[in-house]
Structure formats: C-alpha cells, structure tokens
Write a protein that binds this ligand. Structure first.
Ligand SMILES: Nc1ncnc2c1ncn2[C@@H]1O[C@H](COP(=O)(O)OP(=O)(O)OP(=O)(O)O)[C@@H](O)[C@H]1O
Ligand SMILES: [Mg+2]
Length: 451
C-alpha cells in the first residue's frame, strides 16, 4: 500500500496539485493520466522519494519495496546488462556483491564461514538462486537476447537500454511498481508482452501513459491530474473517458442554467431597482447574482497546441525520391538498396522491430548522417524539418525556453515572434521563462516541433 496525505506541490507560484489524499492498493493497476506538464512524472517522483513535496506526505509500509523505471539512460553504463537488471533489487544485489567478495577471498576464516552462512540464508529467502534466470526471462520478453547479458550497458543503443531498465524495475516482483511512460520506446510486439505481464502483476502498479490502448488493457483505475487536483476513478481508460465526458457535459449544462438564471435576475433588477415597492426584492436578487457568479468553473489543464504548417509555396507532385540507398553502422549493413518515392499527400508510417534501421534512414534523409551508397533527393518545392526521437541532449542547458529556441528560428529571432510561437505551443507568460532543462517530456516535444 502507498498513500498520500494532503500532498501539495508547487513550483514557485504555480501549483501543480493541492491537498491530494489517495490510497493505492495491491492487486490494482492505476493509470496516471493528464495533460503534458500536468505533473505526472513529478507525482511519481514524490511517491518514490526522489523529490520532496511542498507539503504533505507519502505513507508507505516500511516492509514494501518500491521499484521505479529509471529515466537516466547513462547511469548504468559501467555495469553489465545482467547486473543492471539485478540492481532493481538493491538488497539482493548488495548481498551478491558481498557473497562474491567473500568466496573469492584467499584466506577464508571461520568468521567468514559464519557470515557466508548468514548471507546464504538471506540470499535463498530473496530467491537469489533464480535471479539470473529471472533477469534473462524478463529481458527475453522485452526483446533483449541472452547474448547481451554480459555486455556493458554503455555498449547498448538507447532503445535497448530502455528495455533493460524496464526489466530492472520489474525484477524481483516489487511490492510497488512505478512506471513512467514504459511503452514509449517499445515496438507493438513488446508492448503486448508488457501488457500481458502487467495484467498478471499482483502487487501495486502505478503507470503513466498516453497510450489509451495500453491503459485500457492494464488499468483497473484511472488517476487523473487536472484542475490542480488528482482524482481517482474505478475502471479503465474508456470508462473514465465516458464518465468524464458525461461529467463535463453536466457541468456545462449547470453552467448554462446558471447563466440563464443570472440573465433572468439581472432583467428583474434592471426593471425594478428604481421601483420603491420592489427595491428590497431587487437587492436580494442582486446578492443572488453575486453568489452565482462567484462559483465559476475551475479551468482544466487540458489544452491543445496549435500546430499549423503554412508552406512557403505549393508542394509539387514529387516530395522525395530515394534510389538504391545503402548504409552501414559500425561496419554492419543497416540499409541496402532502399528505394522509395513519396508523393504529395502521402502519409507514411515506418514500422519494424529494428529501430536502428528506421533511425538511420531518417538521419540520412534529414542530412544528419552520410549515406554509404545511393542517393536521395527532396522535391524542388520542398523545405524539410526533422523531429528526432531522441531529443534530451538538446535540453542540457540552463537557458530559458525563449533563448533556447532562438537559434532554431528560421526567420525572425525577436522575443515577440518567439513568444508568439511558444504561446501557440502552450508556453505562455511566465511559462516561457522556465529553464529548458525542467521541461516535461511532452513539453520538450512541443518545444522541438518544427517552426
Ligand atoms: N524545477 C522546476 N522548476 C519549475 N518548473 C518545473 C520544475 N520541474 C518541473 N517543472 C514543471 O512542472 C510541470 C510538470 O512536469 P512533469 O514532468 O511532472 O509533467 P508530466 O505530467 O509528466 O508531463 P509529460 O506528459 O509531458 O511527461 C512542467 O510544466 C514542468 O516544466
Ligand atoms: Mg512526464
């Protein structure tokens, strides 16, 4: 069980959520949803103790082990894949280290023997003998072959690291599992595997996701961050969506009724305020108007950015022609004799298990990487912009978002132009002065959107 008691978090004047009292129980899967920047990742960080709340507290059973999906892809570069997964259970990992050190001692004393016996008991209690095979099974499900177990994390691609970190979080059946956007870098087959695994998970699971199919398949509850509050609903995403649309409609109807009532009262006040006989009634109706007006609807944080492309000139028939394109990465062939013609109006999805192939093709087409052989040509009317999947390194700076965006601006670099653009992407007023570093995942995507 994990619970919050009057939990409040604000960054400066901005309150993300206030006085949250929720209880998360074993056997349930809670899908945490809300707009980009609503505070989902922040809430998970508070639950796991990585971040302190402004006020209020998190209550857990000290016996419970909390596991989180680590967000830092480089933190384990020096460790092997197998070690990284087992580190998900820190106590077991420490035990294994001590045990290995003890057994490799040249002068094994009686005392060491006693200690070894203690360690063996705890090791067995924690299922230590199955640790490596459990790690291998998890990795296999996540698409990482056994041959990777002894490789250093530093040698892996970003996509593979994410999978290892996911295995790390799930390793050793934690009591409370906190996953922030676990499906982000996974292909469809692995997402299905993960859904299946999580549906069978019997402890407490809290997962952030923007993927409604995933949420529908795994969640028993939906936890929504909106209106500066966090509210819990029983049921999956679809159920929450229907219920929230209904509630919204009800609020709108009530608000409409209230407005009509106000209009009626105002008309009365206008007609009779000069009438001595009705003056008292007019005054009391005026008070009623004030009361009805005060109860305004709270505003939702769900807003939608305006993304509009106004081409500089009309697009010709041929957008892109790729001929016989080949490429090697680290000496290995990744693309070979690839041909493609993209015509005006085409919308193409690239799907496939091997991310390296897709990323390499896109990097080449964006001009970020050299092709080995073959050629590609953008149509003469085409201007091209690239939105890379891996974008975190762009944000490694203390600049505010306005200064951060300035070098990317194709034409103007005035504050007014950039502020206008950021405003459409929902960074208005003070929000545009936040350091680029603190942006949420979704806010980073909005800031990266080609202007
Ligand atoms: N140190 C900080 N100072 C000021 N604002 C911050 C700080 N850290 C985070 N924020 C802001 O708090 C908000 C919540 O961020 P968080 O990462 O929790 O959002 P999220 O709900 O996970 O969004 P996403 O769906 O995009 O991942 C964002 O607007 C973010 O910019
Ligand atoms: Mg987030």
């Amino acid at each position: 069980m994990i619970a919050t008691s009057n939990l409040t978090l604000s960054f400066g004047p901005r309150v993300l959520f206030k006085d949250v009292n929720l209880k998360f129980l074993p056997g349930h899967c809670y899908g945490l949803i809300g707009a980009n920047g609503a505070g989902k990742s922040t809430f998970l960080k508070i639950l796991s103790g990585q971040l302190e709340a402004t006020s209020g507290e998190v209550v857990t059973d000290p016996k419970d082990r909390i596991a989180v999906l680590q967000q830092d892809q480089f933190a384990f570069d020096e460790f092997t894949v197998s070690e990284t997964v087992i580190m998900g259970h820190q106590r077991l990992y420490d035990l294994m280290q001590e045990r290995d050190a003890l057994y490799s001692k040249a002068d094994f004393s009686d005392e060491d023997g006693v200690r070894a016996a203690e360690l063996e008991t705890e090791f067995a209690d924690l299922n230590g003998y199955d640790a490596e095979s459990e790690a291998a099974t998890l990795l296999k499900g996540l698409g990482i072959d056994e041959s990777f177990l002894a490789r250093k994390m530093g040698e892996l691609e970003a996509m593979q690291k994410v999978r290892v970190l996911l295995a790390q979080a799930m390793f050793g059946n934690p009591d409370i599992l906190l996953l922030d956007e676990p499906t982000n870098q996974l292909d469809l087959k692995t997402i299905r595997w993960l859904e299946d695994y999580l549906m069978r998970f019997n402890n407490t699971l809290i997962v952030v996701s923007h993927d409604r199919h995933f949420l529908n398949n795994v969640c028993t509850h939906i936890v929504d961050i909106d209106f500066n509050q966090i509210r819990m609903y029983v049921g999956n995403y679809e159920f929450w969506y229907e219920a929230s649309q209904l509630a919204l409609q009800q609020r709108k109807n009530e608000s409409k009724k209230r407005e009509e009532k106000i209009k009626e009262l105002e008309a009365f006040v206008r007609r009779f305020s000069a009438n001595v006989a009705k003056a008292r009634q007019a005054t009391s109706r005026k008070k009623l108007i004030d009361k009805l007006t005060v109860d305004e609807l709270p505003t939702s944080s769900r807003r939608f950015p305006y993304v509009g492309f106004a081409p500089e000139r009309p697009c010709g028939k041929v957008v892109l022609r790729v001929q016989d394109l080949s490429a090697n990465v680290d000496g290995e062939p990744v693309l070979s004799h690839f041909n493609l013609e993209v015509n005006q109006g085409d919308k193409i999805a690239f799907i496939g298990e091997n991310d390296l192939v897709k990323t390499t093709l896109f990097e080449i087409l964006a001009g970020e990487m050299e092709a080995g052989n073959g050629r590609y040509e953008w149509g003469t009317t085409i201007t091209m912009s690239y939105f890379p999947k891996e974008n975190s390194h762009y944000f490694d700076t203390d600049d505010n978002i306005i200064d951060w965006l300035r070098p990317f601006s194709p034409t103007e670099d005035s504050d007014t132009f950039i502020r206008g653009y950021l405003g459409r992407m929902l960074f208005s007023g003070e929000e545009a002065l936040k350091p680029a570093r603190v942006l949420s995942g979704g806010e980073k995507c909005a800031a990266c959107w080609p202007a």
